[in-house]
Design a protein around this ligand. Structure first.
Ligand SMILES: [Zn+2]
Length: 382
């Protein structure tokens, strides 16, 4: 089709305008493509990752058309080979991510990963996990939106064992694993004038801060190592320690490094084979930790990934490893060496742990838990 552009008028323009009004990008309906509409089209293109040229060609029209779908207007499911596309899918994906279910990127396409996230959500609220989003699932989503507690759901077996431990942090055992640190295992090292930043020291500092905050919230906290252990520890050693303590959760802290100093950002890892077999609770913990850190610190989101590393494979509790930025990136390093920034990371992890113990029905949006009020919230519930 010929691109519709500034200066055009007619029914096609009127239709596009009405979509833009529906998206709150324009305020007035008419059939004239004016400057205001040109700006609205560009804003839309920018938002959807399209080429920003203010022209409504095939691609922009397709995206505009898809944006008309509002969540609830149709049943969503994983359709093969032509996937369902639309604003409703995007809203759902954002909702899933927000609640800690890994729907991948919010790309408006209802693919296998979105269906899997929906199925995981359905299991947790006691619905048939068919991976499609119809009236029942929408009802559950809306109910959660209003923060009303539902009936007792039938959890996944793994989730059930986790939930049976109760929703309170008090008395739970958490193992914090600062990476590296034994013998001459320093992890990533970056010289900085007379100073020398090492991954082992920085993650130990983070672990010690986290230990204090989690203990203050009533958890039993164990670190896998002290500041300067004499012997290096393998992933298997660390997993065995956590298993022997009967821990409820394990969080392993690392920093990343790369030859290219432009590499930066935070990533979280949970147990999984990549072929679909994965620890549901571990994946959710990874998602919550990742989301809280990204939202609260603004670090680049390098997403969560399934790995079969010893530490993740051999631990019997939900376990997550998080790589908290690149020590080799000047931008990440400047922030990581600042104790106030490390405190922000600690608060993000604390909020994620707290959310793990909220029932899904009572979960809250990312970044919204005020961790300073954690103790108060806990004592109110007691
Ligand atoms: Zn490391």
């Amino acid at each position: 089709m010929r691109s519709i552009r500034r200066g055009d008028s007619g029914p096609a323009v009127a239709e596009i305008r009405s979509i833009l009004v529906g998206l709150d990008l324009l305020t007035t309906a008419s059939d004239v493509f004016d400057d205001e509409m040109d700006e609205a089209v560009r804003a839309f293109q920018q938002n959807r990752g399209l080429g920003v040229d203010g022209l409504v060609g095939d691609e922009t029209w397709g995206a505009l058309d898809a944006s008309r779908w509002r969540l609830g207007a149709r049943t969503l499911f994983h359709s093969v080979p032509d996937a369902l596309v639309g604003e409703d899918v995007r809203t759902l994906q954002e909702r899933m991510l927000e609640m800690g279910f890994d729907a991948g990127r919010a790309d408006s396409i209802y693919g296998a990963r979105t269906a899997r996230a929906v199925a995981q959500f359905q299991r947790e609220v006691g619905l048939t996990p068919d991976g499609s989003c119809g009236p029942q699932t929408l009802k559950a989503l809306r109910r959660l939106g209003r923060k009303v507690v539902g009936g007792r759901p039938q959890w996944l077996r793994e989730a059930e064992a986790f939930r049976q431990a109760g929703t309170n942090l008090v008395g739970k055992t958490i193992v914090i694993d600062p990476g590296h640190g034994g013998g001459d295992d320093t992890g990533v090292v970056v010289p900085d004038g007379p100073l020398r930043w090492t991954e082992a020291d920085l993650v130990f500092d983070l672990a010690a801060r986290l230990e204090g905050r989690l203990a203050a919230a009533g958890m039993r906290v164990h670190l896998t190592r002290g500041p300067h252990p004499t012997e290096p520890m393998s992933g298997a050693d660390r997993a065995a320690l956590a298993n022997s303590l009967g821990a409820d959760l394990l969080i392993s802290l690392h920093l990343d490094g790369h030859d290219n100093e432009a590499a930066d950002g935070v990533a979280a890892y949970h147990y999984g084979t990549g072929s679909g077999l994965s620890s549901t609770v571990g994946e959710r913990l990874a998602n919550l930790v990742q989301r809280e850190i990204v939202v609260r610190t603004g670090m680049r989101d390098c997403h969560i990934h399934a790995k079969t590393w010893e530490l993740l494979r051999l631990t019997r509790m939900p376990a997550v490893r998080v790589d908290l930025g690149y020590l080799t990136s000047p931008a990440d390093r400047d922030r990581l060496v600042n104790p106030l920034f490390r405190e922000q990371i600690v608060e993000a992890i604390l909020a994620a742990v707290q959310r793990m113990y909220f029932p899904v029905e009572r979960d809250v949006p990312t970044g919204s838990i005020d961790v300073r009020q954690l103790r108060m919230a806990l004592s109110n519930r007691a």
